[in-house]
Write a protein that binds this ligand. Structure first.
Ligand SMILES: Nc1ncnc2c1ncn2[C@@H]1O[C@H](COP(=O)(O)OP(=O)(O)OP(=O)(O)O)[C@@H](O)[C@H]1O
Ligand SMILES: [Mg+2]
Length: 342
């Protein structure tokens, strides 16, 4: 396969991923641990994530991206600069960069993302809404007059979009996603067991035994937390059925959000979607039963994408290889022209 210097960048709520020369060259948590006195960054990435819920008073763990959008410009820039240096180490000369963001944001937010990438050392930057990137990655001709429904359940947002004629016909960046499963697990364990657990333990429980449909065979996991009364560490046993109870409402609200997008979609496009099925991706789609829950709830075929945590970033790089299709999209052309740095 021909090597290119087309670079995709996905600065997600939980992870930043960079794709270049046909492979993932960096994948690290979108997190920075900061010294509260000096406001200097102390740790980035994996190490910063490990400090989550464990920081002493002198440090704070910052997520510069909240619910898919840049919440702290300075830390986003510092983090991305560091990650780009790490990913490229001067190896790629003048890459073309395609950065992604959730659908339905303002022009200002598009600019803000391009500015962060530029300040972090990028040149020749374009931005694309993540559902369009995913469609490019699926090698769809996105300019076709046919409706395609893409659902990306991330950590902070569930991005739902109907694509047709190269644009987004209806969308929602629904602010409930996989990290809300973690929050529900924390709440449940505190209420039912009087035990406080941190976000990393909740995430581990979700990944190991979490489910959004009833499992035919229950599984059990032993986890550790702190007793809310004694303050002492304590092990506890939790079952997949209990976790299902804790998170099923959140999972159903995601299904409702998908329905709501279809409700505002042109009927002919809905007919196309019904025939073709829906494309499901994002790390949040990996929880047991998510595809089945959506398929049953919506009465529609669900195609789960391979490699769901990288479909956006791969698609972003793929989009750069289809300038002819991008040119056919008025909106995209405008963005590219306005945002081009050189
Ligand atoms: N095997 C798994 N089972 C359940 N959940 C998982 C699994 N693997 C990853 N996740 C969850 O997926 C989420 C990360 O997904 P993804 O990488 O798509 O998010 P993101 O792009 O950083 O966020 P967003 O798109 O919302 O900005 C995390 O909440 C993580 O816990
Ligand atoms: Mg994402």
């Amino acid at each position: 396969m021909k090597k290119t210097t087309d670079v995709g960048i996905d600065i997600g709520t939980s992870k930043t991923v960079i794709f270049s020369s046909s492979k993932i060259v960096l994948e690290l948590p979108s997190m920075v641990t900061v010294d509260n006195d000096t406001l200097d960054p102390v740790y980035y990435g994996e190490k910063a994530k490990q400090t989550m819920g464990r920081t002493p008073d002198s440090l704070s763990c910052v997520s510069p991206i909240k619910r898919g959008v840049i919440a702290d410009y300075d830390f986003a820039e510092m983090m991305l600069k560091r990650y780009m240096e790490k990913a490229f180490a001067n190896k790629v000369i003048r890459p073309r960069i395609m950065a992604t963001l959730p659908p339905g944001l303002t022009e200002l937010q598009h600019h803000s993302l391009a500015n962060v990438v530029e300040s972090a050392g990028g040149r020749n930057i374009s931005v694309i809404e993540s559902p369009l990137a995913i469609a490019f990655g699926l090698q769809m001709d996105i300019t076709e007059p046919k409706g395609t429904l893409i659902v990306d359940i991330g950590a902070g947002t569930t991005d739902i979009a109907v694509i047709s004629l190269g644009g987004i016909a209806a969308c929602d960046s629904y602010k409930v996603a996989s990290m809300d499963f973690d929050a529900q697990i924390v709440k449940y364990v505190r209420k039912e067991f009087n035990i406080e657990i941190g976000p990393l333990t909740a995430e581990a429980i979700k990944k190991q035994i979490g489910t959004v449909v009833e499992r035919p065979v229950e599984i059990i996991m032993i986890a550790k937390g702190r007793n809310v009364f004694t303050g002492l560490p304590e092990s506890f046993e939790v079952t997949s059925t209990e976790i299902y109870e804790a998170i099923k409402e959140t999972a159903l609200s995601i299904c409702n959000a998908i329905r709501a997008v279809l409700a505002k979609t042109d009927p002919d496009l809905v007919a196309d979607i019904k025939e073709a099925g829906l494309y499901l991706t994002g790390g949040g789609s990996l929880i047991n039963g998510m595809d089945k829950l959506i398929a049953d709830y919506m009465d529609i075929a669900v195609h789960t994408l391979e490699d769901p945590t990288h479909s956006v970033v791969r698609g972003a790089a793929a989009a750069l290889r289809h300038p002819e299709q991008l040119k056919n999209i008025d909106y995209q052309m405008r963005s590219i022209k306005e945002l081009e740095i050189e």
